[in-house]
Design a protein around this ligand. Sequence first.
Ligand code: BGC
Length: 743
Amino acid sequence: MRRGWMGGACAAALMLALPALAPPALAAPPAGQPWMDPKLDPDRRADLVLAKLSLDQQVALLHGVMPLFLGAKRPPNVQISAGYMPGIPELGIPDLTESDASLGVANAGRTNDDATPLPSGLALAATWDPKTAYAGGAMIGKEARQKGFNTLLAGGVNLARDPRNGRNFEYLGEDPLLAGTLDGAAIAGIQSNHIVSTLKHFALNDQETGRMVLDARIDEAAFRESDLLAFEIALEQGQPGSVMCAYNRVGGTYACENPFLLTEVLRRDWRWPGWVMSDWGAVHSVGAAVAGLDQQSGQQLDKQVFFDAPLKAAVASGQIPAARVREMAHRYLRSLFATGAVDDPVVAGGLDTAADGLVAGQEEEQAIVLLKNNDFTLPLKPAVHRIVVIGGHADLGVLSGGGSSQVVPLGSKVYPKPKIAPQWGIGPVYHPSAPYAAIKARAGAAEISFYDGSDPAAAAALARIADEVVVFATQWSSEGMDIAMKLDGDQDVLIDAVTRANPKTVVVLETGGPVAMPWRDQAGAILEAWYPGARGGEAIAKVLFGEVDPQGRLPITFPASEAQLARPVLPGSDQNAVETLTPTFDIKPFTVTYPEGSDVGYRAFAPSGPKAGQTPLYPFGYGLSYTVFRYSGLKVTGGRTLTASFMVTNVSNVAGTDTPQLYLTSGPRRTQQRLIGWSKVALQPGEAQRVTVTAPARMLANWDVAAHGWRLDAGAYKVAVGPDAATAALQGSAIVAAATIRP
Ligand code: BGC
C-alpha cells in the first residue's frame, strides 16, 4: 500500500509516528504449507493458499452470518457476535470472528460484560491527539483478542454533516483532516494487536433517517475534499485490513455496489489492497461483486445469500469471471496475513479491566471541553460550605450511545427505551462511573447532596441555598435514528430554573453532539463531557476541581439553532425516521443533496461559506482552559507547501495545555477556510514555546476533476493561527509553487 501523502516534515509536525506493526514471532512453516512463512509478502502468501482452493472453497470465504440472531447457524464454539466466517483450519486459515467496536468490544450488546467502553468518538476527536487515539485503539484491540475476536468493526469516520445524525457519537466530527488523522491512529492501535480493523461506513452514510434507501448526491470535487478525504487519510494512516461499504446510495447507486466508490476510488486512486465487506443487510445483488464488493456480511439480513450459490451460478454462466472471485478471496486472505491475524491467532482470557479503564479515563480527561467559565466559577473550591449535584443520573453513572456499538459493562444501568427509538437494541445505558461519587470524594468538609432534578422548582430551591451547584444534563442518541439538536425531555426547563436560582451553576453536558442552550447566558460555567466512557465520572470530577486543565477543543460546530443547518429540515424526517427490525424498513427512497459541498461545519460559517455572517453558538476548535494563552511572532514560509511557526505563551499562573490551530483562509484561486494543521502544547506558568506546523500540501489543494488530481495553483496562500475556527489571532501568507498531486 502507498504510504501516505503527508511524508517527511509534514508527518513529523502533525501526525503521530505510528509504531510499526510488530511482526509475530517467526516459526518454521509447517511442511506443505509455504504460505505459513511470515517472512513472505502477504500477497504471495494469499496466492499460495489460493492455489490450493477450489471455487467452492473460495466462495465459502466470501459470505457469513450474523451469529447474533435470526436463527444463525454457528458451530457451538462460536460466540454470539456481529459476524462470523468459517476459516479453513486444515490450511491454518482462522475463522473470522467479528465484534462491533466503535467505542469498545461491543460483544453483541451482551450485558454485564467485562469489556471497557471508551468515551464517544466525538470525545476522542475533542482530544485532537493521535497518541490518545492510538492508545484507545490498542486497548480495545487487546480486549478483542482477550475476548476471542480477530476483527473489530471499528473505524467509523463519516463526517458530521448534520449535528442531528444519531451516530455522530461514533464518528470523529466535521473536519476531514482531524477525523481522518485520529481515525487512522485508532485503527493502527487496534491492528497493533495482530487483528483486523475496518474503516466504515464508505461513504456518505451521514444521517440515520432512511439510511437503507437514501441517495446522497454531491459534486465530485466537493466529495473528494470532504467525506472521501477523511476516509483517504484514515486509510493511509491506519492501513485497515477491511473497508465496510455503507447502506445508502451514492449518486444513484448503492454504496455496496458502487463502482465509483469501490473500484475507481478505493482501488484505482487509493491503491488499497484489502477487502471490502458489506454492512449488515447492504447487499442487493450478485452484481455487487463486479462493482468491487468482496464479502457479504450478516447474510441472513439480505434478500438472498448472493455471494454463495448465485455467485457460483454467475461464474458458471460467465456473468462474473472466476478470476474476480479469486481476487475477492485474495484480498481477504492477504489482509489476514498482513495484519498478523493468521500468524498470531487470538487466545481468549486475561482481561485487566482496571488497567483498561485507566486508558478510557485518560482519554476523557483530555476530551472535556470547557465552553463557558464566568468569573472563575470553575474550578470548584472544596473549602465551601454546601454543594448540590442535580440531574442526569449523576448518582448512577454516565450516559452512552445506543446501537451496534453499545458496550454494557457490569454494573451498568439500562433504562427503558424512549418513545422514539429503533425497534431493536436497548435503551439508554449508564456506565457505572458516577460523577456524584467522584465529586463527593473531592468535596472535603463541604456538605454535599444529590437531587434527581425531577421537579425544577425543588431543584431551584436547593440551588438557591448552595455555594456550588453542578447540574448534569443528557441527550441520548442511537444508531437507527436521528435526534433533535436539544437536550432530552424537559431538561432545559430544569437548567433554566437552577441557573436562575444560582448564577454560579455549572452545567455538565453528556450529549451525542451539539445541543441548543437556551439558558446559556445564565449559567456560571458549561462543560461538554460527551459520552464519557468507563471512567467518565472520575474524569469529570478531576476537571471540575482543577486536577486536570480542561483541554478538549470542539471537533464539531455547535450551531445556534437548527435554522442554521444546511438542511434545517432533516431529509426523510417526514416519513418514519426510526429504524424497525427489518433492514429494508418501510420508508420510501429519497434524495439528500449536499449543496454546501465541502463547506461542512465551520467552513460554512467562514466569510467564504454559505452561512457567512451568521454566528454559531460555539465554533469548531473552541474550548477554554483554566489558563490563558497568547500567540505571537508568526512566520510563514512557502515552497512546495506551507509552514507556520509562532510562539505560544502561558500568561497565567497555572499550568495548562493548548491546541493552537492553523487554518488556510484563502488561496490564489479560491477563498475557503480549511484546517491545515494543529499542535498540542503543555506549558508551565509563564512558559513560552515556539510551535511549528507544516500543512500537508494536499490540504492546500483543490480536487481537479478534469486533471484527476489535487491541484495546487501557484501564488499566495493566506493563513490564520487561532484558538478556534472563528478567531484569527495571527495572520500571514506565503507563496506556494504550482503542482498536481496524483491521488
Ligand atoms: C451497522 C454497522 C455494524 C453492523 C454489525 C450495522 O447495522 O451499520 O456499523 O458494524 O451493523 O453489527
